[in-house]
Design a binder for this molecule. Structure first.
Ligand SMILES: Nc1nc2c(ncn2[C@@H]2O[C@H](COP(=O)(O)OP(=O)(O)OP(=O)(O)O)[C@@H](O)[C@H]2O)c(=O)[nH]1
Ligand SMILES: [Mg+2]
Length: 422
């Protein structure tokens, strides 16, 4: 498959060797580099050979065909990472970080996934699981040998449990912090109807995605789209304009706007500067005090009707920006201010943040529930063998994260989401 120049037949391991790749019919296809990595010093801990060729459509295909003709087969989706997991080179949380790394849509997501691959989540979950296993072993010794082993006092058990719960809550908090970086900071555009929210949403995304009309109440549903901004990932949400009254459908839309406000991480209030402060925005006053808030005073081309002093009094604004979005160039200062607001919204998220996927999150929550149940049982003075059931289940749930306690079906499901051969 790969013919090396000269006659040296020795493939010195872990060195790139130049050579020529030959097609199935022995034609030269490409100049390549090939490396042989004998196990265990390889990704999967098995013997691995790699051929590094030029990209494009035809060349890799021809080289693959040649490899298959010489007895190789194409890898299944995720097969290399699955093998790395089965050989103990990576635990399951690390293996899933490979997928998170490939799918990372922002610099933050990529950094958190790389930390996961280096064991950030595995170390914390592994240490906690080990602590619980030791506790279980002590407890079981107590059941087996009765009085020979001093019984654990409820106080001691309470202390161990408190430490474990604190550890688990720390991991869950890290996962929450990481979520913003991975899924994107929820950035919600709100304001009265017809102020120009959808105009701004379209301009920020650089696409005419939302309907824009002169009729107040055009947007009814939440529109959500990811947006990359200076290495940050935002989820940009356009919402129905808020005002008192409105028809049944419009009221449903406004209810969704209010829900979006409840979990907003950055707020962009769009106001029509030609009209006085509108009614129906009371909720914004409270949200602006806890979330970085950018206020866009749109429609500066029209005669002024809004008292800016009143806006500053009512909203706790990170920045107040007068603009006229009829001119698309005027979105640039808004974009810059949004980046600043988003940075301040994501500050403090970085320390301790973890990349945790849905499966891992659910397992962690289950572990926490069993520890809480154990805490309840301890307080009620339940017998030790009953309490140990919850302790065992918490250990199993943590083992699902790192892969000690997973079924073949779960593994199959996880690795089938990988791209071919990764
Ligand atoms: N004069 C003027 N009109 C603008 C400006 N920006 C947007 N508009 C117009 O204002 C109207 C409403 O804009 P939208 O972006 O649909 O407003 P919205 O806030 O999404 O409105 P709802 O979806 O009804 O809540 C449209 O006709 C826009 O073209 C501006 O700076 N000046
Ligand atoms: Mg709209």
């Amino acid at each position: 498959m790969v013919r090396r120049p000269g006659s040296d037949p020795v493939w010195e391991p872990h060195r790139l060797h130049p050579g020529l790749a030959l097609s199935a019919s022995d034609q030269v296809v490409d100049e390549v580099l090939a490396v042989f990595m004998p196990g265990p010093r390889s990704y999967t801990r098995e013997d691995v050979a790699e051929i590094h060729c030029h990209g494009g459509l035809a060349v890799p295909g021809l080289i693959l065909d040649s490899c298959v003709m010489h007895g190789a087969r194409l890898a299944e989706p995720g097969e290399f990472t699955l093998r790395a997991f089965l050989s103990g080179r990576l635990d399951l949380a690390q293996a899933e970080s490979v997928l998170a790394l490939i799918q990372a849509g922002s610099a933050t997501a990529a950094r958190l996934a790389a930390e996961g691959l280096h064991g950030a989540l595995s170390r914390q979950v592994g240490a906690l699981r080990l602590e619980l296993l030791e506790w279980l072993a002590d407890w079981e010794a107590e059941f087996d040998f009765g009085e020979e082993v001093p019984a654990m006092s409820p106080d001691q058990a309470g202390l161990r449990l408190e430490r474990a719960l604190r550890g688990l809550q720390g991991i869950l908090a890290g996962a929450e912090e990481g979520r913003g970086g991975i899924e994107g900071l929820r950035t919600v555009l709100v304001g009265p109807p017809n102020a120009g929210k959808s105009t701004l949403w379209n301009l920020l995304l650089g696409e005419e995605r939302a309907l824009v009309t002169p009729h107040p109440g055009t947007t009814r549903d939440l529109l959500e789209h990811p947006m990359r901004l200076g290495g940050l990932c935002l989820r940009l949400v356009d919402s129905a304009g808020l005002r008192p009254g409105g028809g049944a459908v419009e009221r449903l839309g406004m209810e969704r706007s209010r829900q979006a406000l409840a979990d907003a991480e950055v707020l962009v209030v769009v106001l029509d500067s030609s009209r006085p402060w509108p009614r129906g925005l009371e909720m914004l006053e409270e949200v602006s005090r806890r979330v970085p808030t950018l206020v866009v005073l749109n429609k500066q081309d029209l005669p002024a009707g809004l008292d800016v002093g009143e806006v500053e009094e009512r909203l706790s604004a990170f920045r107040v920006l007068p603009t006229c979005l009829l001119n698309p160039e005027q979105v640039q200062p808004v974009r810059e201010a949004l980046l600043e607001a988003a940075r301040s919204g994501s500050a403090g998220r970085t320390a301790g943040a973890l990349s945790v996927n849905r499966r891992q999150w659910q397992a962690l929550v289950r572990a926490a529930e069993h520890l809480e149940a154990l805490a309840g049982g301890l307080q009620e003075g339940m017998p030790g063998d009953c309490l140990a059931v919850d302790l065992r289940q918490a250990i199993t749930a943590l083992g699902e994260v790192t892969g000690e306690d997973v079924t073949e079906q779960v593994l199959e499901q996880i690795f089938s989401r990988f791209c071919l051969g990764k």
